[in-house]
Design a protein around this ligand. Structure first.
Ligand code: BEZ
Length: 391
């Protein structure tokens, strides 16, 4: 072989090898690069900020290190826009070479993140987005969720509505994965006691022109309405529902996102509402009380479920890193430890299913003042059915 051919062959071998190595350095020393992909603008901006605050609070409580290593943050505002999601996540994976992705809030954006994480074999921790498929057909050892599947709180609210004698319910939501799946879970829970969803109303995300749909609800007079909205959209919906006088005759139920992080803005319109979620503000445990105190001191604000999910995302990563002494190259041990961890959360202890989703109690809560107060356990240790997950 001539020397030129030797050089070309060597280059080809190097290129082939580099294609199989993740672009990010999976090292055992130096700072761990965390890519936060969250909404910092738009209707879900408040949720994104709370998740970041919660994540950073846990890291600070560990002296700024996880698994003995410093943490370095990279941030992208995903704007809750699925059409920009692949470009946005690639800024973190390819430009910033992050070791771990943390994100996001919106299910449509998270589906694109999950695909990119699988394709590049990057570790992904989801601190909110409930897209059922991510811990269903798309499940993967390198993806873990610290939050919920869209099915979980919806199903629990359906069970509760059935126990309250609801026979004919209407649903209203944004027409995208989170809303559609939440409504599906609710219908499944309600059907267990013979109730039925008689009409599903939708509008595009993040539209808040609710008037025509509220008129339809008034005309149909169902026993109850189940609504999935969150952030700024939830504030507007709950206020519009009350302003139309519907809350006096038709109970409004929802997953807890309808009243979480929103109560100051919703004021009187949300009082006494019942919702289901894996967190309640007044859980009187040392773990929750200490968390709430530390969060209030750090951020001069009250935490909500999103802050809890961010905090627990950091805990899950910390527990995995502890098992491998901070060595990211021990990927299989790391992800196994993340799946096996018992998370000591402000919401109460929970485990992670093989598909990567929390197995957790779903609480019934009632709005009193600016708090979502605990009223009981709606469904104990609820696991997502993980339909279609093959590991
Ligand atoms: C979602 O898109 O999955 C979602 C957004 C806000 C609250 C809950 C779920």
């Amino acid at each position: 072989m001539s020397s030129t051919r030797h050089v070309l062959a060597a280059i080809a071998t190097l290129l082939a090898a580099s294609a199989t190595i993740p672009s990010h350095a999976q090292s055992a020393t130096g700072p761990i690069k965390i890519g936060l992909m969250l909404p910092y603008t738009g209707t879900y901006a408040g949720l994104g900020h709370a998740i970041e605050n919660g994540f950073k609070l846990y890291v600070q409580e560990q002296g700024g290190k996880l698994g003995g290593r410093e943490i370095q943050y990279f941030k992208v505002d995903d704007e809750s826009d699925p059409s920009k999601a692949t470009d946005n996540v690639n800024k973190l994976i390819k430009r910033d070479n992050v070791d771990v992705l943390v994100g996001t809030v919106h299910s449509g954006v998270a589906l694109a993140m999950a695909k990119a994480a699988k394709d590049s074999n990057t570790l992904l921790i989801i601190p909110n987005a409930g897209a059922d498929a991510i811990t269903g057909p798309m499940c993967s050892a390198n993806i873990v969720r610290s939050s919920f599947s869209n099915w979980q709180p919806g199903y629990a609210m359906g069970v509760v509505a059935g126990q309250k004698g609801v026979k004919r319910a209407m649903t209203i939501t944004w027409a995208y994965a989170a809303g559609n799946e939440s409504v599906k879970g609710f219908a499944e829970g309600l059907e267990k006691s013979g109730g039925k969803v008689v009409k599903e109303l939708t509008l595009p995300f993040p539209n808040v022109e609710f008037q025509a749909l509220l008129t339809e609800i008034a005309a149909q007079k169902p026993d109850a309405v189940y609504a999935f909205f969150a952030g700024g959209g939830a504030v507007k919906f709950v206020k519009d529902y009350a302003a139309a006088g519907l809350n006096k005759t038709i109970p409004l139920y929802g997953p807890g996102f309808l009243t979480d992080g929103t109560l100051e803005a919703q004021g009187a319109s949300a009082q006494n509402m019942l919702t289901t979620l894996h967190y309640a503000d007044n859980l009187d445990t040392p773990r929750n009380n200490n968390f709430r105190k530390a969060y209030a001191i750090a951020y001069k604000a009250q935490p909500d479920v999103y802050a809890v999910q961010g905090y627990d995302a950091a805990q899950i990563l910390a527990n995995g890193l502890k098992a491998v002494g901070g060595d990211l190259s021990k990927r299989d041990q790391l992800t196994a430890a993340m799946h096996k961890t018992v998370v000591d959360s402000p919401r109460g202890k929970f485990t992670i299913s093989p598909a990567g989703n929390p197995v957790q109690d779903i609480y019934l809560r009632q709005v009193k003042g600016n708090n979502n107060e605990f009223r009981g356990v709606a469904v104990k240790a609820l696991a997502d059915p993980a339909r279609g997950c093959k590991l």
